[in-house]
Structure formats: structure tokens, C-alpha cells
Design a protein around this ligand. Structure first.
Ligand SMILES: [Zn+2]
Length: 366
């Protein structure tokens, strides 16, 4: 190719075009990756802050704990009182989401990704090598070997702002069809953590819940705290019975559950960690709640009409504990009216899906 020839100019134009298009493209990709990392970091910090706010509000008496054994949860969180005081004094009042960042990440966003990348590489090779041999060590692999499911990957979970997840525990009951009819009226999908039995009446209601498009999760077969929390084996036996009934009735192998009494209660202090570890090994995800309708505690129509929307307004997203049970008739009485209020206020509703990020008493809370 001669200098100044047609071929030379063609090549020159190609090179110039390449530079004009490729450099901005590469820059765009680099910045997109940086932004992505940053927003994940900010979400994490915001979640930490919400958790701290929750602890602080309860410890200072501003808010009633909705969790039995709250002080136990707090003790297990590993937070020191100093950290919380520091948060209340500096993080919360300044309104600065980044104030309580565990690492001072906000300072040099341009330089950190390269460090992060190398750190991740060295870190990622080790845990996989360590995690793999841990699995066969579970002493419970011989029990119900088919009772395993595949959870989403860590980054596939969804956490949507302003979504309300209505949950009904302890059903099916004589109130199930009324609850379904209110949900249908407002075109709302919800979640039923059931206590099923092997009667045709129960099977029919389970099918009605599933056919209406709601989520069915396991609650328990017996709901007898003393028995199910006496050992991991006892818990698995009870869980399997409920899980299997749901499958028989609907063909659904549910991946989601709620512990009777919530994940932290006065009956599972000794077995809680082992049960959670085993259920997690099997891929199941449990959901606690961050709004308690208190219907099981005897709340009347007025209590619930006032408290449910108020409590929902405090959360990033809400998991509302209600009951589908003959012993909580007020739930059905107030349900339609509460739904009307929430719909008017513009909330989105959803059932808990397999990729919904759980809310758990030991965090994340919202
Ligand atoms: Zn229950």
C-alpha cells in the first residue's frame, strides 16, 4: 500500500472510524459496570441502614417488636450497642444513606473496581473449594432425599420497592373461599402458608388457591411447636408431610415456607440454627414478616384497619402476616376494606415468587 494511494485513504478512514466508535463503546461498558457495582453497593448499605433503624426503634421503645425473641435476634446480629448509637447519632439524623457504610467505599469509585476484581478472583476460588466438601457432611441426607429444590442464584433475587406481599397462615379453613373472593375482587395475588391435611375438603381448597394463581408455601402439618422444633428429624418429618400433601393436591413442589411462630421463637432456640442450615442445604427459602396484622393476637376491625396501612407505609416493601383460620374471623371482616385503602394509596401487590428476596428476622428485614 502506497502512502497517499486510494487504499491508504480507505485504511485511514477505517482506522479513524474504529477509533471514533470503539473508544466510546468501551468507555460506555466500563462505566456501566462501575455504575452497576455502585448501585448494588448502595442497595446493600440501604438495607443495612433499614435493619439498624429497626433495631434502634425497638431498643429505644419507639416501636413494638413484631418478633418473639427480638432481643435474641439482636444479640445474634453481632451488632454492638456502640454501632447502633453511632448510627442513631450520625447515620440516621443526617439522612445520609452512605453514612454507616461498613467500609469507606464512597471515596474512590474509579480505583476500587480493579482492586475488587482481584479480590473477588482470589476469594472466589477458595469458598467453592471449601463449600463443596461440606455438603455430604449433613447427617440428614438419607431422610427424604427427593425433598430438595434449586434456589435462584444470589444475584437473581428480586426486591421491589413498594410491593405488598399479603400472606395467610394456618389455612385452609372455613374462611379460605371468602379470602379468595376478596383477593379476586381486587385482582391481587397473595401467598398462603398452609397447614394441610389429607382430607378431600382440604385438597379442594388447596386446588382453589393454586388455580386462582396464588402461591402456596409450607407452614406445617401439625403446627405443634413442641414436637416440630424438638429436633431436625422431627422438623423434616412434619415439613415433608405438609410438602407432600401440597404436591398430591396441586402437583406443586413448593420451594417456600414459613416457620410456625416465625424463624425465631421461644420453642426453637436449641434447634433453630440446625433446622435452618438443613432447609437451606435443601434449597428451601423461609419468609418471616415485617408487618403483623395481629389478627391472631385478637386485633379487632378498627385495630387492623388503622395499623396495617400505617405499618406498611414504614417499609421499603411489606410482608403482611395474616391468618386463614377459623379462630381469626376479623381478618375476613376487615380484608376488603384494608385492600381498598391500600389500592387507593397506589401500592403494588404480588404473591411471593421463587425469586422474591426473603424477609427474615435475622435480616434482611425489608
Ligand atoms: Zn401458624
Amino acid at each position: 500500500m502506497q502512502f497517499g494511494s486510494v487504499a491508504f485513504f480507505k485504511m485511514l478512514i477505517k482506522i479513524v472510524l474504529a477509533i471514533v466508535f470503539f473508544i466510546p463503546l468501551v468507555l460506555c461498558i466500563v462505566f456501566a459496570v462501575l455504575l452497576w457495582n455502585k448501585s448494588a453497593e448502595v442497595t446493600e448499605i440501604r438495607q443495612d441502614n433499614e435493619r439498624l433503624e429497626y433495631y434502634a426503634a425497638i431498643l429505644s421503645g419507639e416501636r413494638e417488636p413484631t418478633v418473639k425473641g427480638f432481643y435474641d435476634v439482636y444479640a445474634r446480629s453481632g451488632l454492638t450497642d456502640e454501632e447502633l448509637v453511632d448510627y442513631v447519632l450520625h447515620g440516621k439524623d443526617s439522612g445520609d444513606v452512605l453514612a454507616i457504610a461498613t467500609t469507606p467505599a464512597g471515596s474512590e469509585p474509579i480505583n476500587t473496581p480493579t482492586e475488587d476484581a482481584t479480590a473477588e478472583q482470589t476469594a472466589s476460588s477458595e469458598p467453592t473449594a471449601q463449600a463443596a466438601p461440606e455438603e455430604p457432611e449433613s447427617p440428614y441426607t438419607a431422610l427424604y432425599p427427593d425433598m430438595t429444590v434449586t434456589p435462584p442464584a444470589e444475584d437473581e433475587y428480586v426486591r421491589e420497592l413498594g410491593t405488598v406481599y399479603l400472606t395467610f397462615d394456618d389455612g385452609p379453613s372455613e374462611n379460605t373461599y371468602s379470602i379468595l373472593s376478596y383477593l379476586d375482587q381486587y385482582n391481587i395475588k397473595a401467598t398462603f402458608f398452609v397447614v394441610p391435611n389429607r382430607t378431600e375438603g382440604c385438597y379442594e381448597k388447596l386446588r382453589a388457591i393454586a388455580q386462582a394463581g396464588h402461591t402456596i408455601g409450607v407452614h406445617s402439618a401439625s403446627h405443634v411447636y413442641n414436637e416440630i422444633y424438638s429436633s431436625v428429624e422431627a422438623y423434616l418429618e412434619d415439613f415433608h408431610e405438609a410438602w407432600d400433601i401440597i404436591y398430591d393436591a396441586t402437583g406443586i413442589k413448593t420451594e417456600l415456607f414459613r416457620f410456625p411462630g416465625g424463624s425465631v421463637n421461644d420453642f426453637n432456640t436449641a434447634t433453630r440454627d440446625h433446622i435452618i442450615q438443613e432447609m437451606t442445604r435443601r434449597g428451601f427459602r423461609y419468609f418471616d414478616w415485617n408487618v403483623d396484622s395481629n389478627d391472631a393476637g385478637g386485633a379487632n376491625w378498627t385495630d387492623m384497619y388503622n395499623s396495617i396501612p400505617e405499618d406498611i407505609a414504614e417499609n421499603y416493601r411489606s410482608f403482611v402476616l395474616m391468618h386463614d383460620s377459623a379462630s381469626t374471623p376479623n381478618t375476613v371482616l376487615v380484608l376488603g376494606d384494608v385492600l381498598q385503602v391500600l389500592v387507593n394509596e397506589g401500592y403494588k401487590f404480588d404473591k411471593i415468587n421463587n425469586d422474591t428476596l426473603p424477609v427474615q428476622f435475622t435480616g434482611p428485614f425489608t
